[in-house]
Write a protein that binds this ligand. Structure first.
Ligand code: BGC
Length: 809
């Protein structure tokens, strides 16, 4: 083990500052004279995106082939910690083989709205499930001596204006919903790095938010690793370092290293702050060096097989009327929908993987049962943007000749793109029209969906079965074939609610919001916490998923009927496979605070276990609940608090399929302060169904006024103003033209692709300081400060030269 403190003592101030930012897009700096190597980090999260020629953070340029595992939506739907751990191990293996020290992921943001453009990269609407999945992923990767970067910390729940938006969130929602998953992962798996999000939380950029990065992350949770910025998230470098953000990525040709040096020299920054940051960075480098010093290979076939089994557990059988599934091998099947041959299996943006192989459903069915009883019709064109009547008519014809129709539908590439939120929850019109037409002509229709986020299904009643395949990765198609023909018994369960309509979702009144703020007025009433509290009917509830067998729950026992707020409660029950095939069941445990003076949701997930059972077999499941399972976050005491009273222990197969129930009495050592925030916020005690929370009520909860939500005005522009918002000024217009020129150059012949869409979003939302990341050093921070002054109408020296430099770019 290297003597890190001693090494730091040998460094010059400049050397120390240099380590606080990247060498380039994907590498940290090294210091040769001291034997400090330069290590590589690479995107994730569900595969490796290692770029060797050219680099970008948007999925534009090539990366080396790597296994594309199912994306996080599917991983979470497995509810299988062991399987997610194995995916982590496989990712770690691939990193070692490619000499990558850290894989950027997992993504642990909460799915506040079905529309967030990156939901496919995130696990759940529930923080406990999200935290358990993130933890398993991290432990898996790190068991191979490779680091992770849990992201995007935090309250990054929309893509719209993600680089500048201010997420206004009350402390209870922050703690109980948006931080709780990160907390589990950090405390229980120590990710080597935490990636701070682009956005502001309660008016302070995450990249300079001491409360989040130091007070909570380092001091309360004990994070031992380092905080790295999301790519281009750094704002004020010195403030960032003081707040606890050690590493700025990508490279900093923006003069930030020199700013650190100057701040130490002037006494503005205490050198020990820098030393501590460097110690954490060196800790990471040397840990990685250990694993990367050996030659390594991995078995691509084995990883492909793992990807297939994970996709098989992450697919959720949502509906199966008349047990139409599994299909029999000799039934005549009409396979309809272009996705059957051109699978949709991952999302666009920084997580885009170049897969080692890619299976499709048509071929996989042929491999399983032969081509004799199988027909194929595309049903929609590649874009799917409108109904293609000729393709639909041909699909209906092929359906008529079959016993069963399997329709492959879902969201096309352009619907799920980093940087862009969806505008609605519908499928592309061409897909909806196909399903409706086929369902009108045939009574045995199975819909197989490929998408990373909930969709509306106006046709749900008219079809017999629905299999949600999520974005199943490169081997997902094989897994779908396995399930269709009963080779695999489905065991996935939803890690998110599927509402009937977008309007039923509690955040829709305030989502995505902007231009400058997004208010989280629904507070803790996110996902099923809202739907179940207000009794809003949903299409498919949180935790739902069918099987080809049946399970019986019995014999619920709690270890004690009375506990105090320090006790751990043990819950046991028996689950039996009462059907005729082997299967897996996820037992879910929810806790309900029956008598609360603070506002609480109807129930909250606090434990789960997945068990595998042969027909007729039974097993005992034991779940332990610690004090936190009963607690809420007390904003007055700044601590978790258990309120004395009765709590229900609800055990079931989904949030709305509770099979067993018991009650316990909990006593508390600390009396609840009846004057505290959570007690005086009336409307939250009886949360409104289908209506927006008023600004006044939200301010009551926040305990302060909300900041104005307005666009930038001339005279008030800053380095953080999106360039596209500076249109009132001449220089702003010039810069816009410059941005568009750069983007057009980068887009090249990819116009209309999801990557091009992401670039256009970047062009219209990127703050001025983003130029420093794109440009590679020719434009300095000082030049941009002059631009700001000029845009605000101030005359500056050297304006001619500045304009010339920009025009020539
Ligand atoms: C994304 C991160 C990603 C990084 C590097 C950013 O734009 O938000 O998730 O890891 O780029 O590609």
């Amino acid at each position: 083990m290297k003597d890190i403190k001693n090494l730091v003592a040998q460094m010059t101030l400049e050397e120390k500052a240099s380590l606080c930012s990247g060498l380039d897009f994907w590498h940290l700096k090294g210091i040769e004279r001291l034997g400090i190597p330069s290590i590589m980090v690479t995107d994730g999260p569900h595969g490796l995106r290692k770029q060797v020629q050219g680099s970008d953070h948007i999925g534009l340029l090539d990366s080396v082939p790597a296994t594309c595992f199912p994306t996080a939506s599917a991983l979470a739907a497995t509810w299988n910690r062991q399987l997610v751990f194995q995916v982590g191990e496989a990712l770690g293996d691939e990193c070692r083989a490619e000499e990558v020290a850290v894989i950027l992921g997992p993504g642990a943001n909460i799915k506040r709205s079905p529309l967030c453009g990156r939901n496919f990269e995130y696990f759940s609407e529930d923080p406990y499930l999200s935290g358990e999945m993130a933890k398993s992923h991290i432990i898996g990767v790190q068991s191979k001596g490779i680091g992770t970067s849990i992201k995007h910390f935090t309250v990054n729940n929309q893509e719209y204006r993600r680089m500048v938006i201010d997420a206004v969130v009350d402390e209870r929602a922050l703690r109980e919903i948006y931080l709780a998953g990160f907390e589990i992962a950090v405390k229980e798996s120590q990710p080597w790095t935490v990636m701070c999000a682009y956005n502001k939380v309660n008016s302070t950029y995450c990249a300079e938010n001491r409360y989040l990065m130091t007070d909570i992350l380092k001091e309360e949770w004990g994070h031992e690793g380092l905080v790295v910025t999301d790519w281009g998230a750094m704002n004020d470098r010195v403030a960032g370092l003081e707040a606890g953000v050690e590493l700025e990525m990508p490279g900093s040709k923006n003069g930030n290293d020199a700013k650190i040096v100057a701040a130490v020299q002037s006494g503005q920054l205490d050198e020990t702050v820098l030393d501590q940051a460097v110690e954490r960075i060196l800790g990471l480098i040397f840990k990685a060096e250990e694993a990367l010093s050996q030659d390594y290979t991995y078995n691509q076939d084995a990883h492909h097989a793992l990807a297939r089994s994970v996709a098989g557990e992450g697919a959720v059988l949502l509906k199966n009327s008349g047990d139409i599934m599994p299909l029999t091998e000799n039934s005549k099947v009409a396979l309809v929908g272009r996705f059957a041959k051109e699978p949709r299996y991952q999302g666009a943006g920084s997580s885009l993987i170049n897969p080692t192989r890619l299976d499709n459903l048509y071929d996989e069915i042929v491999k399983l049962v032969g081509a004799e009883n199988l027909s194929y019709a595309p049903g929609y064109d590649a874009a799917g943007d409108e109904a293609d009547e000729a393709l639909i008519a041909a699909a209906v014809e092929s359906a008529k000749a079959a016993d069963v129709v399997v329709i492959c539908a879902g969201l096309t590439d352009s619907y799920e793109v980093e940087g862009l939120d969806r505008e609605h929850m519908n499928l592309p019109p061409g897909h909806d029209a196909l399903i409706e037409a086929v369902a009108a002509a045939h009574s045995n229709v199975v819909v197989v969906l490929s998408n990373g986020s909930p969709v509306a299904m106006s046709w749900a009643d008219g079809v017999s079965a629905i299999l949600e395949g999520y974005l199943g990765g490169q081997a997902g198609a094989g897994a779908l074939a396995d399930i269709l023909y009963g080779k695999v018994n489905p065991s996935g369960k939803l890690a998110e609610t599927f509402p009937h309509r977008l309007e039923d979702n509690p955040s829709h009144h305030y989502f995505p919001a902007g231009p400058s703020t997004v208010e989280y007025r629904e507070s803790i009433f996110v996902g099923y916490r809202y739907y179940d509290s207000v009794q809003q009917d949903v299409l498919f509830p949180f935790g739902h998923g069918l099987s080809y067998t049946t399970f019986e729950y019995s014999d619920l026992q709690v270890s004690q009927l009375k506990i105090d707020d320090k006790d751990t409660l043990s819950i046991t029950l028996t689950v039996k496979n009462t059907g005729s095939v082997a299967g897996k069941e996820t037992v879910q445990l929810y806790v309900r605070d029956v008598e609360a003076t603070v506002f609480r949701p109807d129930k909250e997930l606090k434990g789960f276990e997945k068990v595998a059972l042969q027909p007729g077999e039974e097993t005992q499941v034991v779940i332990e609940l610690g004090p936190r399972a009963f607690a809420y976050y007390d904003t007055e005491a700044s601590d978790w608090q258990v309120e004395a009273g009765t709590f229900d222990i609800l055990v079931g197969a989904s949030a709305q399929d509770i099979r067993l129930q018991a009650s316990v009495e909990v006593t508390s050592s600390r009396p609840v302060d009846a004057g505290a925030n959570g007690h005086t916020t009336g409307i939250y005690h009886n949360f409104p169904k289908g209506k927006a929370v008023s600004r006044q009520d939200f301010e009551g909860l926040l305990g302060r006024s909300v900041p104005a939500n307005e666009g930038a005005k001339k005279g008030e522009y800053t380095i953080n103003t999106p360039i596209a918002d500076m249109g009132e000024s001449f220089i702003g217009r010039q810069l816009n033209a410059y941005m568009n020129k750069q983007m057009t150059k980068m887009i090249g012949d990819q116009e209309g692709t999801p990557t091009a869409m992401l670039m256009q979003a970047i062009a219209s939302e990127m703050p001025l300081r983003g130029i420093l990341m794109m440009d590679g050093g020719a434009i300095s921070r000082e030049m941009l400060d002059s631009v700001v002054a000029l845009a605000n109408g101030h005359l500056i020296k050297g304006v001619g030269g500045l304009l010339k430099a920009i025009r020539e770019k």
